[in-house]
Design a protein around this ligand. Structure first.
Ligand code: GUN
Length: 325
């Protein structure tokens, strides 16, 4: 081999090595944010149009009653946001604010009065309730036809049944998670989904909804072994466990979709208010690994309220003999 050929060979090998290294070292495209705020705004606009149509066709205005017991700042904030959203889509809205020391009987009487109020189509009692009140009993007393949260045994039962009746309403946060996936063009059918959490409000119903969409669902909870390993199998992760930044980037399968339901407050001295909100998933670590992810705040949160409006609209439609939207 001449010296020129030798130099040429070395140069070509060098270029090939550099190209391979650059390929190997190339970063995956970072995941995009699922904009729950924008998607929820679109749904609220759709609901507003349906309200106008219902008023025109049936002379019915959807009515939502929100019951708040006590002064938990988080509950008070959620209730304020729910009432504002109801007003914006032109619902009739009633708020019942009760002292933290209200008796169970008094609270049940308020629920009964709302059950009997023909202008009210949806009743929501903000949870959690103070310890001296039997939460399950209060929820049981809300008429099924006015169950704005979709928490009643009949609605949950129909949600679980294959081929059952359509539930009159569906739990809001789980319904919001599914809307986010569908409106972000995530194909759920045939996918492996892992749900972290088994609560009545989120984990259990969202698992059911995912099964209805033909996902294969694993529900993980506080007694689950090898949680990381299970999460790593998931094409879709729904985190609703209530532990700040619990799911690490290294737990995730590259290209998965992350729906983060957690809203956790953590101390942060750099913030004016002294804290910041964070999800159950370590967002900065997860974003480069996943394909799509919901931010906290601005992901699932706004969808919960949009779905509450949708449930109330559908209950009002049901009272007029109309099918759900
Ligand atoms: N507390 C936290 N989430 C919810 C919800 O979706 N509905 C009610 N009623 N209370 C809650």
């Amino acid at each position: 081999m001449t010296q020129t050929n030798l130099l040429l060979g070395v140069a070509i090998a060098g270029v090939a090595i550099a190209a391979t290294a650059s390929l190997l070292g190339r970063k995956r495209k970072e995941g995009t944010n699922i904009d729950g705020k924008a998607i929820a705004a679109t749904i609220r606009a759709e609901i507003k149009d349906h309200v106008a149509q219902l008023q025109k066709e049936k002379d019915v205005t959807p009515g939502l009653a929100v019951v708040l017991v006590g002064n938990r700042p988080d509950s008070a904030t959620y209730v304020r946001m729910k009432k504002k959203a109801a007003a914006e889509v032109n619902f009739h809205s009633v708020d019942v604010e009760l002292d933290v020391g209200v008796t169970q009987e008094e609270l049940l009487q308020h629920v009964e009065d709302l059950n009997n109020d023909p202008k009210i189509h949806g009743i929501l009692v903000q949870l959690p309730l103070p310890k001296h009140i039997d939460e399950a009993l209060v929820l049981k007393r809300i008429a099924v036809e006015k169950d704005a949260d979709g928490f009643s045994a009949l609605n949950i039962g129909n949600l679980c049944l294959k081929g059952g009746d359509h539930p009159l309403s569906v739990p809001c946060t789980p319904a919001g998670c599914i809307e986010l996936l569908e409106r972000s063009n995530v194909d759920i059918s045939g996918k492996d989904a892992v749900v972290l959490g088994r609560s009545n409000i989120v984990g259990m119903p969202v698992a059911q909804l995912l099964v209805h969409k033909n996902a294969t669902v694993t529900v993980c909870h506080s007694r689950t072994k090898n949680i990381e390993q299970k999460v790593r199998q998931a094409d879709i992760v729904v985190a609703a466990i209530g532990k700040a930044d619990m799911v690490k980037g290294s737990w995730l399968k590259p290209g998965c979709v992350v729906i983060d339901v957690g809203i956790n407050s953590v101390d942060d001295k750099t913030k004016k208010r002294g804290y910041r909100l964070t999800g159950d998933v370590a967002f900065a670590e997860a974003k480069p690994v996943c394909s799509q992810i919901t931010p906290v705040p601005g992901g699932v949160g706004p969808m919960t309220i949009a779905m509450l409006l949708k449930n109330t609209l559908n209950l009002a439609r049901h009272s007029s003999g109309l099918t759900p939207i």
